[in-house]
Design a protein around this ligand. Structure first.
Ligand SMILES: Cc1ncc(C[n+]2csc(CCOP(=O)(O)OP(=O)(O)O)c2C)c(N)n1
Ligand SMILES: [Mg+2]
Length: 348
């Protein structure tokens, strides 16, 4: 691991730490909200994986006018979403299914988008976002735009048909896109060894004719450096590349999963490689930040999450009828499940 700051100035080095702290604080707040009964669905944490999403998104061109790079996050890549301008309050609104949230309570998770800011929420069937991002980035190439796309996917998702088809299409079409493989060693209760026989997902790259690199996903600067190199190649016309993030899912698939199928010693081992602790120590050791500066960043991350969550708590849930707005073109027609008469049994 290089000791350089990869051309980043003090402010950017602090911004990276801020993004890590915001991700951690947002998820800790979410856990609290869930215990208080405010969260409608599951809470999926990226504990130990924060540096992957943050380092990768930091290496992209972030704009707010629809001209920047495009990112597709996952439940484990909230840090990338925040860096791309996803508002904390919207994140909390989503998880609490508030009517004020981006999906107006229809979805209680990270499936939301903002094309101007450059993030598209994932679609749930694993692997399919590669196909969608391939299409989006193909349009960038055909229009001669300098934009690139990034799509995150877990190790488990990489065994789906859509993953393979999408990646092959992207490779053949030289779509300007980076596929980030979030190899956290588990797909729900399935270990990576039962998903693939390769020891690194980078081994799959040559099969599609694309370049691939593996990086320590707990080291935010190493991730940033690897992704910036990949982005330069992709932007200069090489086409699709893959970057594998190696780390460990330190919590269950979601908070309701006790992960009793994971060896506790393994979790303890990875706790020693906590990405925030590692980067914090490096910032101090290299004198890129003072203790007071770091404490101020941590406090600010904590406060902004608390304030955003408290504001979202006070907001209303959606009105019932809004559930069908934008779903049917003709809302005056009664929907099948609301009609008073019984369905015609002869049509069954
Ligand atoms: C095609 C498909 N199969 C199953 C699921 C249900 N599912 C959602 S997340 C998940 C585990 C994904 O594991 P991985 O890709 O390793 O990502 P991680 O949760 O570890 O970040 C599963 C099986 C789904 N959404 N889509
Ligand atoms: Mg996984």
């Amino acid at each position: 691991m290089s000791d350089s700051a990869f051309g980043l100035g003090r402010t950017e080095l602090h911004d990276l730490y801020r993004a890590l702290c915001v991700t951690r604080a947002a998820e800790e707040r979410l856990e609290l909200l869930q215990k208080q009964g405010h969260v409608t669905g599951g809470v999926y944490r990226c504990l130990g994986q924060e540096a992957g999403a943050v380092g990768a998104a930091f290496a992209l061109r972030r704009r707010t006018d629809g001209t920047g790079d495009m990112l597709c996050h996952t439940i484990r890549a909230a840090g990338a979403l925040f860096l791309f301008g996803g508002e904390l309050i919207d994140y909390f609104r989503q998880y609490m299914a508030k009517g004020t949230g981006p999906t107006r309570g229809r979805e209680a998770n990270v499936h939301w988008f903002d094309f101007d800011k450059g993030f598209v929420g994932p679609v749930s069937p694993l692997g399919t976002m590669i196909e969608i991002m391939a299409g989006m980035t193909l349009s960038f190439r055909l229009r001669g735009e300098e934009r690139i796309g990034m799509v995150f996917y877990g190790d488990g998702a990489s065994s789906t048909g859509a993953w393979h088809e999408g990646l092959n299409f992207a490779a053949v079409q030289r779509c300007p896109m980076i596929l980030m493989v979030e190899n956290n060693q588990w797909a729900f209760s399935t270990p990576t060894s039962k998903n693939t026989r390769v020891s690194s997902f980078t081994e799959k790259g040559p099969g599609y004719g694309i370049g691939a690199e593996s990086v320590d996903g707990t080291d935010v600067l190493a991730v940033f450096d690897a992704v910036r190199r990949a982005a330069n190649l992709v932007r200069s016309g090489e086409g699709t590349r893959m970057v594998e993030l190696k780390y460990f899912r330190r919590r269950g698939h979601a908070q309701h999963d006790p992960q009793d199928y994971v060896d506790p010693a393994e979790i303890r081992k990875w706790e020693k490689k906590d990405p925030l602790d590692l980067y914090r120590a490096r910032l101090l050791e290299k004198e890129w930040a003072s203790e007071a500066e770091l404490v101020a960043i941590e406090q600010d991350a904590f406060d902004s999450c608390r304030v955003a969550a408290e504001e979202a708590i006070g907001e209303p849930y959606p009105d019932g009828p809004d559930a069908v707005t934008d779903v049917y073109t003709d809302v005056s027609t009664p929907h099948p499940w609301t009609r008073a008469d019984s369905p015609d049994p002869t049509l069954a």
